[in-house]
Write a protein that binds this ligand. Structure first.
Ligand code: C2O
Ligand code: CU
Ligand code: CU
Length: 474
């Protein structure tokens, strides 16, 4: 029997926090492949300022390396098609729900209207029904990697975990700069799964911790091989699309040059030896292969706290994301010695803005069982925060619990001014981790778009259990 090392699969904590052995997973999937095949989702690109497409969501059996697995698919694949847009474009998407349960669609990170049939998380599409979504990107929409996933309260984690997700790329002038245009662009959607489990029943304790899969997939494949030529430039668009797993990514033998975050470009590229991505976060990096060889791109173990000492089923349990190999980077050709170019671009810095008001937001848990924002659980009929259109606010988001919570706001991106643990992340963000017992101070500009939407923990099981609030900007 193959060992975990030989398959490139590394097993982590699965259902209920019980470590699963290779054999218990393999029992249901004797055809777990020995290596994945590099593939990227199909592309649907806008033409003449419009992207009109149908996204059909349905369960299916999909290729999984040399084997097969059950998944929720969009137009037959998981991840679903990558939507490629430009600032100013219109998007008209028919979401066709061929599942046996209700769903809806969210365009995570896009600065678009949350009202009507645009990026409205309060809509519901019943089993067998469809809905036409329409939204417009402002002409000054930043370029970068965004994504879509379902957002029907109570069911987000299970539907995303099962494979309902896809990338949205907004192209812009930066893409045309010669160094960037010459680079090989890769969509790298990281998503953990329980490939052997089919439509898994996830236990309550595992929801409280945030469910994690046994494998980390790249574009739906386990530990694929990615080949590149020494001396070339690679541009990786990374997304952590896992419902709960935190990633800390390193590429053996290579620095990663960060050029973009959730909501667009950095003022200047910065060289890092590891990239941390909590659920929902993105990073765009340049990689310059120089020496021929095989290098692992892997995620390390991340401690994301514990369920606390409560009386609940999860009391005291640690919530750690396990280490896993993500992909094998095969560099061929002659040794080269170049470094990734240092790029700079125009950056809209909120540091000089004057906030119109400040606010406190408190994330809490009780007994490891219940999840709250400002002491309340989600109620779509209540508005928790009212903000003024075109104002700037500073929010201090505090986490009084024993577990980390990645905080996410729809529609209006923010910048992180300060945080309790170390230096704040650079760039425009829409997800930021708020560490157990710590805080994050962010500045948000409610520019241009009014409407009602949500903010929540992006450990989607926590969101489904009520860690979400409603904001109305008018
Ligand atoms: Cu990706 Cu409301 O979230
Ligand atoms: Cu979102
Ligand atoms: Cu959380």
């Amino acid at each position: 029997m193959a060992t975990a090392g030989a398959t490139g699969l590394v097993l982590a904590t699965a259902c209920g926090g019980q470590p699963r052995s290779r054999t218990s997973v393999a029992g249901a999937s004797s055809d777990v492949p020995t290596d994945g095949i590099w593939s990227e989702p199909p592309v649907l690109a806008s033409q003449g300022g419009l992207l009109e497409a149908t996204l059909t969501v349905a369960p299916a059996v999909v290729p999984y390396g040399s084997g097969k697995r059950w998944a929720l698919t969009v137009n037959g694949t998981t991840p679903g098609p990558t939507l490629r847009l430009r600032p100013g474009d219109r998007l008209r998407l028919t979401l066709e729900n061929r599942m046996e349960y209700a769903t809806n669609l969210h365009t995570h990170g896009l600065h678009v209207s949350p009202s009507g049939n645009a990026d409205n998380p309060f809509l519901e599409i019943a089993a067998g029904k469809s809905l036409v979504y329409e939204m417009s990107l402002p002409k000054d929409h930043p370029g970068g990697l965004f994504w879509y996933h379902p957002h029907l309260h109570h069911h987000v984690a299970e539907q995303l975990f099962a494979g309902f997700l896809g990338a949205i790329v907004v192209e812009d002038g930066f893409d045309a700069t010669p160094e960037i245009a010459a680079a090989k662009e890769r969509i790298v959607l990281l998503h953990d799964a329980l490939p052997a489990a089919g439509e898994a029943q996830v236990m309550r304790a595992s929801k409280m911790q945030g469910r994690e899969g046994s494998v980390v997939l790249v574009n739906g494949q386990p530990a694929p091989d990615l080949s590149a030529v020494a001396g070339s430039l690679e541009r990786w668009r990374l997304l952590n699309a896992s419902p709960s797993r935190f990633l800390r990514l390193k590429l053996e033998g290579h620095a990663l040059s960060l050029i973009g975050t959730d909501g667009g470009r950095l003022a200047a590229s910065r060289e890092l030896d590891a990239i941390s991505l909590v659920p929902g976060e993105r990073a765009e990096v340049l990689v310059q292969p120089a020496q021929p060889g095989t290098y692992q791109f892997a995620t390390g173990a991340v401690d994301r706290g514990s369920m606390g000492m409560g009386m609940g089923m999860g009391g005291g349990r640690q919530a750690n994301s396990g280490a896993a190999n993500v992909l094998r980077f095969n560099v061929t050709g002659e040794a080269a010695s170049a470094r990734p170019p240092v790029l700079s671009t125009r950056y809209d810095d909120l540091a000089q803005a004057t906030p119109d008001r400040t606010r406190n937001v408190v994330l809490s848990m009780s007994g490891g069982m219940s999840f709250f924002i400002d002491g309340r659980q989600y109620d779509p009929a209540r508005v928790d925060i009212r903000a003024r259109l075109n104002s700037v606010e500073d929010w201090t988001v505090r986490n009084t619990s024993t577990m980390d919570h990645p905080f996410h706001l729809h529609v209006w991106p923010f910048q992180v001014l300060a945080q309790s643990n170390g230096n704040p992340p650079a760039g425009w963000k829409d997800v930021v981790n708020v560490p157990a017992g710590g805080w994050v101070r962010l500045r948000v500009r409610f520019a241009g778009i009014a409407g009602k939407t949500v903010y929540h923990c992006h450990i989607l099981d926590h969101e489904d259990l009520g860690m979400m609030g409603v904001i109305e900007v008018a």
